[in-house]
Design a protein around this ligand. Sequence first.
Ligand code: SF4
Length: 218
Amino acid sequence: MAENRAEKILQTLRKNFTPPSWVTSDRDPFKTLIITIISQNTADRNTERAFENLSKNFPITPEALANAEKTEIEECLKTAGLYKNKAKVIKEVSRMILEKFGGSLKPILTMPFEEARKVLMQLPGVGPKTADVVLLFSANQPTIPVDTHVKRVSKRLALAPVNGDYEDIRKALQSLYNPEDYLDVHIMLILLGRKYCRARKPLCQTCPVNTFCPARKN
Ligand code: SF4
């Protein structure tokens, strides 16, 4: 049964990976939003560096970033790809949160899921993945964000349709797992993708879920 297989994959991954401390330590929604904007098309290490730089120079609040000079934000984000565009988006999204929502994302996050997602996606720089990350990590809302690792790994493991788009993958995964496991599913598939199920030359021989995987290469 598909659910059973999916459950076994999750159980095996839980035995093999420990979620990083940030998963439970800092769920401030605005910080989550800013990190996720920085992470777009950027490697994890470079995202971390850029966010650290930004945090050293500014309080990570809508007010501080709305009032910061764009060039100063750019300077902090230089390790991230497309940093000029991201600096512009961060300043603009901060201004909108300040002006339209009184400087807090909390009123949005307490809306029903679909409504909150729609409102978040009207903010500059916020697509489905960024909205889902904020909703999952900062509001415990029932969604599974689909980043590049989740997309690749869930398709290889046949947990999502091979030709599926973002919504197809999200819904397929959500149909296989209980909402209380969504955060773990998201994290575990990312960790598997980083360590074993890499885009090029996946390490199938040592992959902990290779017995469940139709895409396994010998
Ligand atoms: S067996 Fe290979 S393709 Fe399948 S999940 Fe593991 S690393 Fe990825």
